[in-house]
Design a protein around this ligand. Sequence first.
Ligand code: ATP
Length: 359
Amino acid sequence: MAYLTLKNINKIYPNGFHAVHNFNLDIEKGEFIIFVGPSGCGKSTTLRMIAGLEDISNGDFLIGDTRVNEKGPRERGIAMVFQSYALYPQMTVYDNLGFGLNLQGVDEDVIEEKVKSVAKILGLTEYLDRLPKALSGGQRQRVAVGRALIRHVNILLMDEPLSNLDAKQRVTMRSEITQIHEKTGATTIYVTHDQTEAMTMADRIVVMKEGYIQQVGSPYDLYFNPVNVFVAGFIGEPPMNFARGVVNGGKFKIGSNTIDLTGKLGKNAKKYEGKEIVFGFRPESVVLGAVDGAAQVKGTVELTELLGDNTNVYMDIQGVKSILKIDPHDTPKTDADIVFSIPQESIYLFDGETEFVIK
Ligand code: ATP
């Protein structure tokens, strides 16, 4: 039996808006699960239903074998870190961490022990006497996480906890949160719209769109085996390139380039003859120059962005826009006509109508 079970969960808000549709997910103890998707896809709504802050319209939420739909947040043994974590500005880090326990009337020496233990896990020991205003954004965020951890909950929920931090702090906190998760072993569900956060931290990612789960899988799975155009385009930075077109005699055109797809389509070749498909390839999967056996494409360089470890090359392939991610030493000149190759194994084909991957 899974540790957490979400069975056919739906959320229909009082105004009639159906925000989450038939959400099904089993979560194992200690897993780090990330809900990811664009704004408004229902991530926070689902998290808030798990927390007990929002009613579940229908469906079952189980912790172990107990249905907890009607139980309050505290009874569920869940703690939550919000996007807008507010620390008490007039209280030291120590008091901010111990405040909740204090309210519950926990003995002072027990509070001290717990505060010190959590501070140690979070690397806050030397800041316990400081006020929040004397901390960096990342340190404040750690105090907010600490306030959740101190209750020794088994389930930790986080809703975009890094969104108030600058880019550098976010990178640091990503690895810190991963380490905190490893140290505490708490089952963690984390919401973000940032695919990089999802890819770098999650054991499993749940990709959502318009209230529906699109795919659940490991970061590796989602990157290499996306089930549809949406997931393929959402995971990866820069995103996967797409070109739409009709298969004709087993061939497909990107701009004026003809690509033979008979091998790639295999048993599906007949089914897709004369049908529209979506051809996809990742910016980082291309090789410059013409490679035998690969799909060869000629286009014009519109713009290059040297990023240090790689260069993004913005291509115009006779009207089809694409981005290539290449070695900076090979950066081509703007306006140059170049040829690049897409290895067969890096070509993704999707049904033009359903947008599901062609298998
Ligand atoms: P974001 O990243 O912007 O927070 P999200 O994926 O977390 O987005 P939710 O906050 O879960 O999205 O919202 C899902 C949908 O439900 C949105 O279309 C939102 O407008 C709608 N919604 C949220 N709260 C309510 C409410 N109280 N009443 C009606 N509709 C709501």
